[in-house]
Design a protein around this ligand. Structure first.
Ligand SMILES: NC(=O)c1ccc[n+]([C@@H]2O[C@H](COP(=O)([O-])OP(=O)(O)OC[C@H]3O[C@@H](n4cnc5c(N)ncnc54)[C@H](OP(=O)(O)O)[C@@H]3O)[C@@H](O)[C@H]2O)c1
Length: 336
């Protein structure tokens, strides 16, 4: 086994867009797991938009990422040494080890996974936190009924791709919103959405609303919002009475951009239910949701795409790319 391993720490807080110099790559000695501890070699690191928020020292639902400490994040890997009764060498696990090649733990937040029917990497995406986010927001907040029209933004991403497919399984007309013709083609042809609006080509609220009118001629009953901003304002022009909006993410504002709701009148006129949610607030539902998602993936009924960067050193660039929309599906970094 290696004597040292690499990790990435937060070197400075970004002002506006994230830059490579906000991170620092370090080489450190490989620890021995003490009594009751387990040593895991991380095979995949999950890159997620929430990490952008944690890089700021600002009020949020979670404390900020401390400076000069390993960037927090989800990982999937293999136990390589264990003095923990519940883990054996060779176990495949997901855990909160962050941006590093190895991690030591007392088992808190570490979960064994079965890779016989679902590949290890998928436990960070469609059968992991993003999949659960899609499952919860779709089923517990939007609760779409057969025949309704559901719109989801960041539709070619990890969460959005799953939302649209779950809504199709529920019998909905599903319209994605994504940036670019290639992403829209993926959403329709590979994931089976009914239509997709390229918000970049549509240029602004009025343009997006016009395209939504074509794609959702009967209006919008449910909107899974991953972005806020222009897309939210456009969707609000096309809502049906008693529409539901699940506010999952507001990525259009993650660098501090202003994102006003231009006209709140539809909220009252259409008796809209608008609810934000954070998936970590609902741990009691994870076993049920993950079991359902895993079964759908194993049965080929829930498809997913991954964009995989190679090696820990590529993580900052890949993370910046994720925030700029360079990813298709779940953004991962392969570490081993
Ligand atoms: N509430 C929760 O508990 C929870 C949990 C997980 C994720 N989330 C949120 O869910 C959203 C999706 O997460 P994910 O992991 O699935 O990421 P993702 O969709 O795979 O990647 C982020 C995508 O956001 C889009 N984007 C970036 N800037 C944008 C902008 N200014 N306007 C519109 N779209 C923009 C890009 O796609 P385009 O190329 O299409 O622009 C990019 O690919 C994020 O907002 C995230 O913070 C929330």
């Amino acid at each position: 086994m290696a004597q040292t391993y690499q990790r990435i720490v937060l070197a400075s807080r970004p002002s506006g867009a994230v830059k490579p110099e906000n991170f620092r790559l370090e080489s450190v000695p490989l620890p021995e797991p003490g009594e009751g501890k387990v040593l895991v070699r991380n095979h995949y690191l999950s890159l997620d938009p929430y990490m952008r928020g944690r890089m700021d020292d600002a009020k949020s639902y979670a404390p900020p990422q401390p400076l000069n400490e390993v960037m927090q994040g989800g990982t999937a890997g293999e136990v390589v040494a264990s003095k923990h009764p519940k883990f054996a060498v060779g176990d495949k696990v997901v855990g909160p080890f962050g941006w590093q090649e190895y991690g030591v733990s007392d088992g808190t937040g570490v979960r064994k996974v079965d890779t016989a029917r679902v590949p290890l990497s998928a436990y960070l995406g469609v059968v992991g936190m993003p999949g659960m986010t899609a499952w919860y927001g779709t089923n517990k907040i939007l609760a779409p009924k057969a025949g309704e029209t559901l719109v989801v933004s960041a539709a070619a991403g990890a969460v959005g791709g799953a939302v649209g497919q779950l809504a199709k399984l529920a019998g909905c007309r599903v319209v994605g919103v994504a940036g670019g013709a290639d992403k829209c083609a993926h959403v329709v042809h590979d994931l089976g959405f009914d239509d997709c609006v390229d918000y970049k080509a549509a240029q602004g609220v009025e343009g997006i609303a016009a395209r939504l009118k074509d794609a959702a001629p009967g209006g919008i009953d449910a909107y899974f919002d991953n972005v806020g901003g222009d897309v939210l304002n456009a969707v609000m022009k096309r809502l049906n009475p008693f529409a539901r909006i699940a506010v999952c993410g507001l990525i259009a504002g993650y660098n501090g951009e202003p994102m006003p709701i231009i006209d709140p009148r539809p909220l009252l006129r259409d008796r809209v239910k608008l609810q934000g949610f954070i998936i970590s607030d609902h741990p009691e539902l994870w076993p049920e949701g993950l079991a359902e998602l895993g079964a759908l993936v194993a049965a080929g009924k829930l498809r997913y795409r991954e964009t995989v960067a190679e090696g820990l050193a590529s993580a900052p660039e890949a993370f910046i790319g994720l925030l700029q929309g360079k990813n298709l599906g779940k953004q991962l970094v392969k570490l081993a």
